[in-house]
Write a protein that binds this ligand. Structure first.
Ligand SMILES: [Zn+2]
Length: 598
C-alpha cells in the first residue's frame, strides 16, 4: 500500500507519451490499495494448509477456495476438467551388492518402475565422455534437452546395461540419452545433501503420438552428494554392482484448471494471460501457494477496477506443473490456440514470490517486455535489474503461439543460503513473508496496470528485433564460411528499419487493432527465437539459447566437412534457415501493414 515514487507506470516507458487522462497511475494505485497483507495471508494459509500434488484432494480443495472466493466477488470463473498424463514418485532404493551400503534415495516424476534391477555401476559424471552417434547429440541440442555439447573422446564410455551415475539435479536430457545408449538405470548425484523432487522426462505437457516414446523406460534415482562420493570411492577400488529399485505411479489423471476472465469494457478486447501453478510438492508455501494468493488478490482488485481497463485479463491456475510437467498450461495452449493467436497479447507467469529473506529482484522476459520489467522494479524498489531470457522451466507453453513473456522474480541471495527449501518438504507456510509478498504483488499490480490500461500495449519492437539481430550475428559468426546467413541478416536489417519507424510514429491513443498489430509483428519472430522445429507440438523446452533451431551451426564448426554429422547438420540448418526467412518475411509484411495504417 505504498504509493508510487515516480510519476506512475504509464510514464515509465520512454516509448510512450503520458496522456494527461492516462488511467494507468490511477489503476495501479487502486489495485495496490486493494492488495493487503491481511488478504494475502488469509488466502496463502487457505491454500498452503493442503498438500497439493496434482490431482490430489488437497489440490482440489485449494482450487475450491479460489473458485469460491472469485464467485463471491461475482468474477466469471470456469473450471475445466482435463485428462493429463501424470506421474507421482513413490519410492526408490539403491544398494551396493555385497557391500552393505544402501544410501537414502528418492525417485522422480516419470521414472520407469523397476524392482531389484541388478547391474554394474558406471560413472558418467558430467556426461562429457559419452559417445556421439550421428544424430543423438544434435537431437538433444535442437530439442533443447539440456545437454552440453559433449566432446568426442577417443574411447567413449560404455554404458550398455549399466546403472549410470550422473552429476546434478535430476533432469530429462541425460535420461533420454543414456537410455538410447543402452543404460539400464540412472542415478543423479545432488551437488548437496538435500534431495529435490523433480521430473525425469523431456516430454512437455500431455505426451502425444509424436513424443510419448521419449517417456523414460529406465528407472531414475536421486542420491546426496556424500552418497555419490561413497559410491565413487568404491568404484575407484574396483568394479561395483548395484541393486536398484524405483517406483512412480504414472497414468491418466483428471485435473482441474480454474480460469477467471476479466473482460475489458469491450468484451472482445485483446487480453493478457496470467498464470501460475496451483499444484505443489508437499505444502508448497513459496512454490507457490503465496503466488497463488497474489494471483487471487490481483484478480479481485483488477475486476473491481475493470472500468479502467483497455484490455482483458485472463487468469489461470495451472494444475500438472510438477508431476505432469506443465500439462495444465499445455492443455490451455492446445485448446485455446486459436483464441490466443487472435486475441492474446502476452503470457505473464508468476512463481516463487513472497520468500522470506528475499533481497534481489529480477525478471525473465522477452526483449519486448524486458523494459517494462526493468522500469516497474526500478520505480517501486530503486533496484536496477537486467531481465534474463525466459527459460523452459515453468509454464512457458505459449511459445508456439508466439506470445511475449513476462515474469518478475524476487530471490534470496546465495550468501543467505539461497532458495534451499525449493522442491522439498521444508517449503511450508513458515517460508512466506507477507510484507515481501505484498511488495512483490504490487510489482505485478504496476506491470498489469500498464499492460491493461496504457494507451498502447507496451511492447518494445526495436528491442525484440534488435535482440534477434544479435542472436543471428552470433550464429553467423559461429558458422563462419560454412553456412550462409547473409540473406537472413539482410532481411532482418530491413525489418529493423521498419519497426524503428513504427515505434517513432506511434499515435498518442491506440486501439485494439494497433495492440494486435504490434504483437502480430512479434509472434513469428518469437516462434523462431524460442521454438525449434514446429510451433504446434510441444518440444522439450529445456534451457537453450535463442534461435535454437540454428544451434547445429556448432556441429558445422566442430566437424570436418563431408562427415555424416556434418551433412546431417547441414540438412537441418537449410530447413531451419527456410523457416527463419519465412518468419522474417511474415514479420516484415505485418510491420508494413501496420505502418501503412498509422
Ligand atoms: Zn513453481
Amino acid at each position: 500500500m505504498r504509493s508510487l515514487t515516480l510519476a506512475g507506470p504509464a510514464c515509465l516507458l520512454a516509448l510512450f507519451a503520458c496522456a494527461p487522462d492516462d488511467p494507468v497511475p490511477a489503476l495501479a494505485e487502486a489495485v495496490r490499495a486493494a492488495v493487503t497483507q491481511q488478504g494475502l495471508e488469509e488466502h496463502t494459509r487457505a491454500i498452503v494448509q493442503h498438500e497439493r500434488p496434482s490431482g490430489s484432494a488437497g489440490e482440489n480443495a485449494a482450487i475450491d477456495h479460489l473458485v469460491a472466493t472469485l464467485e463471491a466477488d461475482g468474477i466469471p470463473v470456469e473450471v475445466h476438467t482435463i485428462q493429463a498424463y501424470a506421474s507421482d514418485p513413490v519410492s526408490a532404493s539403491v544398494e551396493v551388492m555385497g557391500g552393505g551400503f544402501a544410501p537414502k534415495a528418492i525417485t522422480e516424476s516419470f521414472s520407469a518402475t523397476a524392482r531389484r534391477l541388478e547391474a554394474r555401476l558406471v560413472d558418467a559424471g558430467g556426461m562429457g565422455d559419452l559417445p556421439r552417434e550421428p544424430g543423438t547429440g544434435e537431437r538433444m541440442v535442437v530439442a533443447g534437452q539440456g545437454m552440453a555439447s559433449a566432446s568426442v573422446r577417443a574411447k567413449p564410455l560404455d554404458v550398455a546395461g549399466a546403472i549410470v551415475l550422473v552429476d546434478g539435479q535430476p533432469r530429462g536430457g541425460p535420461v533420454v540419452l543414456l537410455q538410447q545408449l543402452g543404460a539400464a538405470g540412472v542415478i543423479f548425484v545432488n551437488a548437496g545433501e538435500r534431495l529435490t523432487d523433480l521430473i525425469a522426462t523431456t516430454t512437455w505437457g500431455i505426451p502425444s503420438l509424436l513424443n510419448y516414446d521419449r517417456l523414460p523406460a529406465i528407472p531414475v534415482a536421486h542420491i546426496t552428494r556424500s552418497a555419490g562420493e561413497d559410491l565413487r570411492t568404491r568404484l575407484s577400488r574396483g568394479p561395483v554392482r548395484l541393486r536398484m529399485s524405483a517406483e512412480a505411479s504414472t497414468g491418466w489423471k483428471p485435473l482441474r484448471v480454474a480460469v477467471a476472465r476479466i473482460p475489458a469494457p469491450d468484451a472482445n478486447a485483446p487480453y493478457v494471460l496470467f498464470g501460475g501453478h496451483i499444484d505443489a510438492w508437499y505444502h508448497g508455501g513459496t512454490d507457490e501457494g503465496a503466488s497463488n494468493a497474489a494471483m487471487l488478490e490481483l484478480t479481485r482488485a483488477f475486476f473491481r477496477n475493470r472500468q479502467l481497463l483497455r484490455r482483458g485479463l485472463v487468469v489461470a491456475w495451472w494444475p500438472g506443473h510438477s508431476n505432469a510437467r506443465y500439462s495444465g498450461s499445455t492443455w490451455f495452449s492446445d485448446h485455446y490456440f486459436d483464441e490466443l493467436r487472435s486475441r492474446g497479447l502476452a503470457y505473464v507467469n508468476i512463481d516463487g514470490i513472497g520468500q522470506t529473506g528475499a533481497k534481489e529482484f529480477g525478471a525473465a522476459a522477452t526483449a519486448s517486455l524486458a523494459g517494462l520489467a526493468t522500469d516497474v522494479v526500478l520505480s517501486a524498489t530503486g533496484q536496477e535489474i537486467e531481465p534474463g531470457r525466459p527459460g523452459g522451466n515453468s509454464d512457458q507453453s505459449f511459445n508456439g503461439i508466439g506470445l511475449p513473456l513476462f515474469q518478475i522474480n524476487h530471490s534470496r541471495l546465495e550468501e543467505d543460503g539461497g532458495y534451499w527449501w525449493w522442491h522439498t518438504v521444508d517449503d511450508d507456510i513458515d517460508k512466506v513473508d507477507y510484507a515481501i509478498l505484498e511488495t512483490d504483488t504490487e510489482l505485478y499490480a504496476d506491470a498489469f496496470a500498464t499492460m491493461l490500461a496504457a494507451p498502447i500495449f507496451p511492447v518494445d519492437l526495436v528491442a525484440e528485433v534488435g535482440g534477434l539481430g544479435e542472436a543471428l550475428a552470433d550464429i553467423a559468426a559461429t558458422a563462419g564460411d560454412r553456412f550462409d546467413l547473409s540473406e537472413a541478416q539482410a532481411r532482418h536489417g530491413r525489418l529493423l528499419e521498419i519497426v524503428t519507424a513504427i515505434q517513432g510514429s506511434l499515435p498518442a491513443r491506440g486501439s485494439a487493432a494497433l495492440d494486435l498489430g504490434l504483437v502480430g509483428i512479434l509472434r513469428p519472430l518469437h516462434r523462431v527465437l524460442y521454438v525449434p522445429l514446429t510451433p504446434y507440438h510441444m518440444d522439450s523446452g529445456s534451457e537453450r539459447g535463442p534461435l535454437a533451431g540454428l544451434a547445429a551451426v556448432r556441429t558445422l564448426a566442430e566437424e570436418e566437412p563431408g562427415t555424416d554429422r556434418y551433412r546431417f547438420a547441414e540438412t537441418l540448418l537449410i530447413r531451419e534457415r527456410n523457416r527463419l526467412l519465412e518468419a522474417l518475411d511474415e514479420a516484415t509484411a505485418a510491420a508494413e501493414r501496420l505502418r501503412a495504417s498509422l
